[in-house]
Design a protein around this ligand. Structure first.
Ligand SMILES: [Zn+2]
Length: 798
């Protein structure tokens, strides 16, 4: 495709905004259209690699199904409501309240501009104009537009903030046609070009920020965009310098590692958000220059993530970094939303560049599961780490919460790729009710009107309405999970053979009134866990990953730890959808899914093994009411593991400030005794309903922090104590002999989840059991605390 065509895809909807908005106006009660002031800005540089799919300006599409409700909520309850003063404060009075606080305003400008193009909401446009003009007023004489004071410049997160300011302002300029912030963008870029480089007197960009330089060098993406917009060769030279800096001796070796090791966990320090940000920039560079090694490296990264490092919901990373193959614990700061959104952008870039359906497949999966799972369904709040189990950490504050301004960007991007055009015609990537008003590459207007309750229903009707009869392809994506599908064109069965790009192309002369009916049979699937999820299953239904949710358990069960699924086969589980009950009915088509389960352990009067039915909920809506949820569900009885403590009640010397459990069989979910006070001893205990005979106790260390979290054994190893009867005194029965030689300040290399054992000389009868020791203080001697991930006890056989 020629560059002019590429840009037309961006420009046309803007010049055509008026009539389209008139359509929206009747539906959304909008009164003013911003089209009169629009003056889209063409790129000066034609990309060497033409896009295979033409992404759309968001106003081309209007989605009214489940995806549409999430997009509307994102604008109405998040983007419109953010206080400009909060976004601007770190720039108006440097430094910001926090080291990367400067990123929020650019991320907001990006998301809010896309949202405004989508709705035409004049209130949002007004806010955009205000924020953009106030931001550039904060630029210093030399072009600096970060939140650091002069002496601390270029040490942490201010190249990073310039990146987001460029992304936000360039998006604003492009879609509004308001050129006012362009000189400010050039001055920012010129400052970066003067400051960083490999000429004498210039700074090393790798040392100008965090994560082996992955953070500052991710400014690559908007520097490429600015080069294309302005045609200034020095901006492209700067991009080339970044690629050189990646490969310098102390650099993150982004491209070379992906070409040789082909593993993202070996790039830099494996920090996922910053790395994916760099790769999104690398793909923009590839589009511009056509350097084939860059695409090869990025495709290697994609393959590696999909094969080895992707959670079932589309999340990746825990503790914010990529880890070893299949090292995917369910709880351990899993699924940073910034990673979810940059992963979405990475797939969107690859889809645009290659036109291959496999990237659209990943987009649907991450959007319907992990992205919507991170967004509170009313759009007002987001979660930072959205894990495979636990509670969703929804919050509305930006303070220290990078993810709170990333999530809205992911949602705002959806209309750019839901339906696209390509050399052959129209491509449907996502299925949602609504309308797409597109122009084919030859300019022919085509309207697609989709009627469906997908993903609650597998029937999708698409009315195709070209301005005049026209031969072109309608490409549809049969989801990879779907085993039984059909397509009819005006009632006649059509072929479902996918082409080399993975899409089914229906090529014919289309005319007004033509109707395509797709039928995707929605079915449950059981995924049997391996690696860290041995003995567990995950259940999917169509594109949706399901989760158990405390909100849907009966009163008699109380806790998710009381439930196992009834087997590992569909026959045993009998997954049956039904309409969602009120508290979790988040959209008209919302469903829950009844399955067969058993009581995992004794709960009140309910015996272990009692057959039950429970209802699962899509991961996207799980935990919406503040309750605990769980994706990977255990199979069989708790007692099968031989750990006799699983039926007990846990307690500890101090409540602490971490929401975990020591009897959930998850060594990544831990508890601490932290309350910012010193203490001579701390303990972690489990009390049983009836005494058990125990010969071995296993203690899992929780997590090591700079200010404690372990036991100080300088005066003795942690003791294992038992109570022989309910009212008996604690008796020391042994110690954790293999616990390392720690002190109050030295962890002796202790790692989270590490286990230590106490083998009793003789089996003991225990009604309750605890591990007691002296908490450590780390670098803050005014307090001390310990942590524990699991406490287990076994009789002789196990
Ligand atoms: Zn984040």
């Amino acid at each position: 495709m020629k560059h002019s065509d590429y840009f037309r895809a961006l420009i046309q909807p803007l010049s055509a905004l008026n009539p389209i908005l008139a359509v929206y106006a009747s539906a959304a009660a909008l009164t003013a259209a911003p089209a009169a002031t629009l003056s889209p800005l063409p790129d000066k540089v034609t990309p060497v690699v033409p896009d295979r799919q033409d992404f759309q300006a968001p106003d081309r599409e209007h989605l009214t199904g489940w995806i549409g409700t999430r997009i509307d909520a994102n604008e109405a309850n998040r983007l419109v409501k953010l206080d400009p003063a909060r976004l601007l404060e770190g720039y108006r009075k440097r430094p910001g309240r926090q080291s990367w606080d400067g990123e929020h305003i650019g991320k907001w400008l990006h998301a809010a501009t896309l949202a405004w193009v989508y709705t035409g909401d004049p209130a949002l446009r007004q806010k955009l104009d205000y924020v953009a003009s106030e931001l550039i007023k904060c630029q210093l004489e030399d072009g600096y537009l970060g939140t650091y004071v002069e002496k601390n410049r270029w040490t942490e997160w201010d190249v990073w903030a310039h990146k987001y300011n460029l992304i936000g302002l360039l998006t604003y300029i492009r879609y509004t046609g308001n050129l006012e912030p362009l000189p400010a963008c050039r001055r920012m870029a010129d400052l970066l070009c003067r400051t960083f480089g490999d000429e004498p007197g210039q700074r090393d960009i790798i040392k100008a920020g965090e994560h082996v330089g992955l953070a500052p060098t991710s400014v690559l993406e908007p520097m490429v965009l600015l080069y294309r917009l302005t045609g200034e060769p020095r901006y492209l030279d700067f991009c080339k310098y970044i690629l050189r800096a990646w490969e310098q001796p102390d650099g993150p070796k982004v491209i070379s590692t992906l070409l040789t090791a082909k593993r993202v966990d070996k790039v830099g320090d494996a920090k996922a958000y910053e790395m994916l940000s760099c790769l999104n920039g690398a793909l923009e560079y590839y589009r511009t220059t056509g350097e084939p090694k860059i695409l090869e490296a990025c495709l290697n990264a994609w393959t590696d993530i999909v094969r080895n490092r992707l959670y079932i919901t589309g999340a990746s990373s825990y503790g914010e970094v990529f880890h070893d193959d299949f090292d995917l614990p369910n709880v351990a700061n899993v699924g940073e939303t910034c990673v979810t959104v940059t992963w979405l952008q990475f797939n969107a870039q690859l889809l645009r560049l290659t036109g291959e359906a496999r990237f659209a497949e990943q987009l649907e999966h991450v959007i319907l599961n992990q992205l919507f799972g991170a967004q509170l369904c009313d759009g007002s709040a987001w979660g930072y780490y959205v894990q495979m189990e636990g509670k969703k950490p929804y919050t509305s504050t930006l303070d220290g919460q990078c993810c709170l301004s990333s999530g809205p960007r992911g949602v705002a991007l959806i209309p750019t790729f839901a339906v696209t055009t390509d050399a052959d015609g129209v491509v449907v990537n996502l299925y949602d009710a609504g309308t797409a008003r597109l122009a084919l590459r030859d300019g022919t207007p085509v309207t697609l009107t989709t009627t469906t309750h997908y993903p609650a229903d597998g029937n999708i009707a698409v009315a195709i309405d070209p301005d005049q009869p026209k031969t072109f392809a309608l490409k549809v994506r049969v989801p990879a999970w779907c085993r039984d599908s059909s397509v009819r064109v005006n009632g006649q069965a059509a072929s479902l053979n996918a082409g080399a790009d993975g899409y089914v192309a229906i090529t014919r002369e289309w005319k007004k009134g033509d109707q395509v009916e797709l039928q995707f049979k929605l079915e449950p699937r059981v995924i049997v866990g391996d690696h860290k999820n041995q003995g567990k299953v995950a259940i999917l239904y169509g594109p949706l990953v399901l989760a158990a949710d405390e909100a849907l358990l009966g009163d008699n069960l109380r806790s998710l730890s009381a439930v196992s699924v009834a087997g590992t086969t569909l026959a045993a589980l009998d997954v049956t959808p039904e309409p969602a009950p009120d508290p979790v009915k988040t959209w008209p088509g919302a469903q829950v899914f009844r399955i067969n389960a058993i009581a995992r352990k004794r709960v009140g009067s309910l015996k272990a093994g009692t057959p039950l039915q429970i209802r699962l909920i899509p991961f996207a809506d799980a935990g919406t009411t503040g309750t605990s949820y769980k994706v990977w569900l255990p199979v069989g009885l708790a007692s099968a593991s031989g750990n006799v403590l699983l039926d007990g009640q846990e307690s500890r010397s101090r409540t602490g400030n971490v929401d975990g459990s020591i009897i959930d069989e998850d060594p990544h979910s831990f508890v601490v005794t932290f309350n910012n006070q010193p203490r001579a001893e701390d303990w972690f205990a489990v009390t049983l309903d009836q005494p058990e005979t125990i010969s071995r106790v296993v203690f899992f260390h929780g997590q090591t922090f700079h200010d404690g979290g372990w036991f100080d054994v300088s005066a003795g190893k942690p003791r294992v104590q038992v109570k022989a009867a309910k009212d008996a005194a604690w008796q020391t029965a042994g110690e954790l002999a293999d616990y390392p030689a720690t002190t109050a300040t030295d962890t002796a290399g202790l790692r989270g989840g590490e286990r230590f054992t106490c083998q009793f000389a003789q089996p003991v009868k225990a009604f309750a059991l605890r591990v007691v020791g002296k908490p450590a203080s780390g670098d803050n001697a005014r307090q001390a605390f310990a942590s524990c991930a699991e406490l287990q006890a076994f009789s002789g056989q196990h």
